[in-house]
Structure formats: structure tokens, C-alpha cells
Design a protein around this ligand. Structure first.
Ligand code: ADP
Length: 463
């Protein structure tokens, strides 16, 4: 710009009218530049203010702390304060405590807050923006508006004492849901809101909405967690009681089995001795389960005792022997697929048996009469895989991980009162304590295949 006049001077002497024109243009451009600087400064100040305000309202996830921070948000304009109304879960409107920067007016607001509740036909606040969800400005006839909104002569007197110039209501919306509204209230001395100030007000309301929504979600999640923890605690208490109660009759069962086995009440046939042996095995297994339940309830993790090399096929056969009766009762067809007979895994014999019995018992439980259960044992370089496959009801893809959580039973899959949903949780813990794992592949209606993975002992390292 500054080069223009000198260029003109070289060509011809400036006439007075040309000089005036040049001066005007110089002045105008200077004013433009001053405007641009002011706009940039305003925008910078607004951004800084917004960042500070957002930091304050987003500081906590605690609902009441967030509400306090939201209540204190106002525009950086002298004498401006705000009225924050929230739409509660039941649709009612509640008003947060109002805060005024000047102590005298704060006293008026405190008194006003005691009896001034939002109503459905208020001319500003939530009722004014509920339909359109757009900013709503009242800058004219403010006194008439205050008369409509006061709801009592005392409130009107207090409102008039505040010297209100205009009311700008901005909705607070998150994910399309109206959370409430902020009404920025300006002092009578303040000019009408500039577009920049309205934009800042909108940004502030958006930040408020975001912080309120985060706090709401957080509170909801905390509540759900508390409920789940309480439910788990109740189940644990219940389990601790029943596992104590179960041990007494279990001890007496084994006592009577021994009496019969020793033929104290008369001779016992070899077939009956066989049956008694099965009863002993099952009683011991049941006792082990009850003890595990108690251990789990008390400590959370069951114990692994002695890790030894064990033959994979034999481990499966031992577990199957414990539940072959229940398989035949349901007319289930059982197949063990033969592979290399010398597969050796590392594990605690009792625990491996317990896991396999649990998998087999589930296969029996969740497979309809006439279905098929297949076991097999295979290896890769470092692992032994013991598979228990069934042709039962299967498990939905989204539940495949969940079923390993304590007390999880898939809805509708379970016969009422059968099991408590601990078997797989305990089994996976046990498998992992033996440096292995327990995994599943399944699809609803397509059967399931559970796999116990254990470390492998290779032929060379056994020698
Ligand atoms: P429980 O059998 O006592 O319910 P588990 O922890 O053993 O407890 O099993 C948890 C849930 O996993 C079962 O309630 C069932 O919903 C599902 N589940 C386990 N095994 C099978 C299976 N073979 N087929 C279908 N669903 C199964």
C-alpha cells in the first residue's frame, strides 16, 4: 500500500482531490488492518478462554463436580452470568445454582434460587429451545419476559434488581439428546451479543454438554459395576455356605460306602464292589470340586500341586471313566480318536482330570440325546492339545470369551439350577497355572470344541 503514493508522485504531481483520495484509502486500509488484528486478538482470547473453561468442566468425571463446574461457566463479558437448566432422566428440568461475579448480585441470586424453579412455559431456557434446538435470544422487552418467567412477585423484584439486559439461551446437546440449556444473562450496560460472542457461547455450551455426557456415562458405568460386584459378592457368600454344607453329607456318603465295602452288613458281590469303587471315585471328585469351590471363594484361584509328565490319552481315559454313566444315560455316542499313543504333557494329574471332567460334563449337559462327544489328543512342537468336541447347542460368537468369566452362563442354554457358571473359570485358571490354556471354538447350533493346551514333553527330553 505505501508504495502507491510514491509511484503516483513520479508520474505527475498529485492534485488535492487525488491527495484526499490517497489519504482516505490509506486510512481505510489502516482501519481494516486494525480490525483484522482485533478479530485475531478476540479469536485468540476466545480460544484461550474456551480452553480454560473446557479444562475446568472436563476436569472431573464425578457428576456433581461436573455440574458445579458447568454452573460456573459464563461468557468473558463484564457482569455476564448464566442460568444452567438440566433435563433430568425423567424429563423434568432442574436448575443448577446460579453464580454472579458481583457479590451484591450473588446475594440476590442466592435468594432467587430458593424459590425460582424452571417451568414448562418459561420464555427462555429449556422450554424455549426444546423444539428447534437452536440459540434463542431475548434482547427486547426483557421486562415483559421477566414478568412471565418470575412466577412470583418476590422473584420478579429480585430479577429486576439484577439489571438484566438480554438473555441468550443455547441448547446443550450430546448425541442428538437434549441435556439442558445455558442461558447467558448480560448486564443492561452490555451491547447486543456480537456473532463472535454467540459462537463462543455455543462452543461453551457444547463443551458443557460433552462434560455432562462423559460424567453421566461414567456414573452409569460405576453403578453397573457396583451392581455386578454386589451380585458377585452375594453369589460368593452363597457358595461359601453351600460348599461348607455339602462337605458333611459327602463325608457321610464315603463312610457308608466303606461300611458296605467291608461287608459289615453282609456279603457284597463283585459287581457291587465295582459300583462301590465308582461311587468312591465320584465322591472323591465331588469332594475335590467342593474344596475348589471353597478355595475359589476364599482366595479366587485354585491351586496346582505337582506338575508331572502325564500321558495325554490316559488322562482323557481317566476323566471319561468318571462320567461314562451320564453319557450312556443320555444315549450319547462317545468316540476317542486315536493318534500317537505316546503323547506326554506336563501337568498336575488331579487338575488335568478335573478340567477334562468339567469339559466332558458340559459336553454331556449341552448335547441333546443321541448326540456325539469326541475326544482326541494331538501335538505341535511345544504343546499338547486335548480336544473335547460335542454336537450340542453350541455357543454364540459374542459369548465365547464371556463364558470363561466366573458365574457366566449363557441365557437360555442352561437347565435351571444346574451348575453355577464357575467350571470354565476355574478350569482356565488351572490350565494357565500349569503354563497351558483353555480355549473354545463354537457356533450356535453347530456344537463346541474345547481344547486344553498343556506344555509338551518331547520323547527326547523324557529319555
Ligand atoms: P456351568 O456349566 O456350571 O454353567 P461353566 O463355567 O462350566 O459353568 O460353563 C459356563 C457356560 O458356558 C455354561 O453355562 C454354558 O452356557 C456355556 N457352555 C459351556 N460348555 C458348553 C458346551 N459344551 N456347549 C454349549 N455351551 C457350553
Amino acid at each position: 500500500m505505501s508504495s502507491e503514493p510514491s509511484r503516483d508522485r513520479r508520474k505527475a504531481p498529485a492534485t488535492p482531490s487525488l491527495q484526499r483520495e490517497i489519504t482516505e484509502r490509506l486510512l481505510l486500509s489502516a482501519l481494516d488492518e486494525a480490525d483484522a488484528v482485533e478479530r485475531a486478538e478476540t479469536s485468540l482470547a476466545h480460544s484461550e478462554f474456551l480452553a480454560r473453561a473446557a479444562g475446568l468442566v472436563g476436569m472431573s468425571l464425578n457428576s456433581s463436580v461436573t455440574r458445579d463446574a458447568v454452573a460456573a461457566v459464563s461468557l468473558p463479558i463484564l457482569g455476564t452470568w448464566s442460568i444452567v437448566d438440566l433435563v433430568e432422566a425423567d424429563g423434568s428440568i432442574s436448575r443448577l445454582p446460579m453464580i454472579h461475579p458481583e457479590p451484591l448480585k450473588q446475594a440476590l441470586l442466592r435468594e432467587l434460587g430458593q424459590n425460582w424453579t424452571p417451568q414448562d412455559d418459561d420464555p427462555f431456557g429449556v422450554p424455549a429451545i426444546r423444539q428447534e434446538l437452536t440459540p434463542h435470544l431475548i434482547a427486547d422487552d426483557v421486562d415483559v419476559v421477566l414478568e412471565r418467567a418470575a412466577h412470583s412477585p418476590l422473584n420478579l423484584e429480585l430479577l429486576r434488581g439484577l439489571g438484566i439486559g438480554s438473555l441468550l439461551t443455547i441448547p446443550m446437546v450430546s448425541s442428538g439428546r437434549l441435556l439442558g440449556a445455558v442461558t447467558f444473562v448480560s448486564d443492561k450496560s452490555h451491547q447486543p451479543y456480537s456473532p463472535d460472542e454467540v459462537r463462543l457461547a455455543q462452543d461453551l455450551a457444547n463443551r458443557n454438554a460433552e462434560a455432562l455426557e462423559h460424567a453421566r456415562l461414567y456414573t452409569e458405568a460405576m453403578l453397573l459395576r457396583e451392581q455386578a460386584e454386589l451380585a458377585t459378592l452375594n453369589k460368593l457368600r452363597f457358595l461359601a455356605n453351600i460348599s461348607h454344607d455339602l462337605r458333611t453329607p459327602l463325608n457321610s456318603i464315603i463312610g457308608y460306602v466303606e461300611l458296605i465295602g467291608e461287608e459289615i452288613h453282609g456279603p457284597v458281590t463283585p459287581a457291587q464292589q465295582d459300583d462301590l469303587a465308582r461311587i468312591r471315585l465320584n465322591q472323591a471328585h465331588l469332594m475335590e470340586l467342593v474344596n475348589d469351590l471353597l478355595a475359589f471363594v476364599q482366595a479366587g484361584t485354585p491351586r496346582v500341586n505337582q506338575i508331572v509328565p502325564l500321558n495325554g490319552h490316559e488322562a482323557i481315559a481317566r476323566a471319561v471313566a468318571l462320567i461314562d454313566n451320564s453319557m450312556s444315560r443320555k444315549s450319547l455316542h462317545y468316540v476317542h480318536e486315536a493318534t500317537d499313543p505316546d503323547i506326554v504333557a506336563l501337568g498336575d494329574q488331579e487338575r488335568v482330570s478335573q478340567i477334562l471332567v468339567n469339559l466332558l460334563a458340559n459336553a454331556v449337559k449341552f448335547t441333546a440325546r443321541g448326540g456325539e462327544i469326541t475326544t482326541t489328543c494331538v501335538v505341535d512342537a511345544d504343546h499338547v492339545f486335548m480336544h473335547v468336541r460335542d454336537t450340542g447347542i453350541g455357543i454364540d460368537a459374542d459369548k465365547l470369551e464371556e463364558i470363561f468369566e466366573p458365574f457366566v452362563q449363557v441365557d437360555g442354554a442352561h437347565p435351571v439350577g444346574d451348575g453355577v457358571g464357575l467350571g470354565l473359570a476355574i478350569s482356565r485358571d488351572l490350565a494357565r497355572s500349569m503354563h497351558g490354556d483353555l480355549t473354545v471354538e463354537s457356533a450356535r447350533g453347530r456344537g463346541s470344541c474345547f481344547t486344553l493346551v498343556l506344555p509338551r514333553v518331547k520323547a527326547s527330553s523324557q529319555a
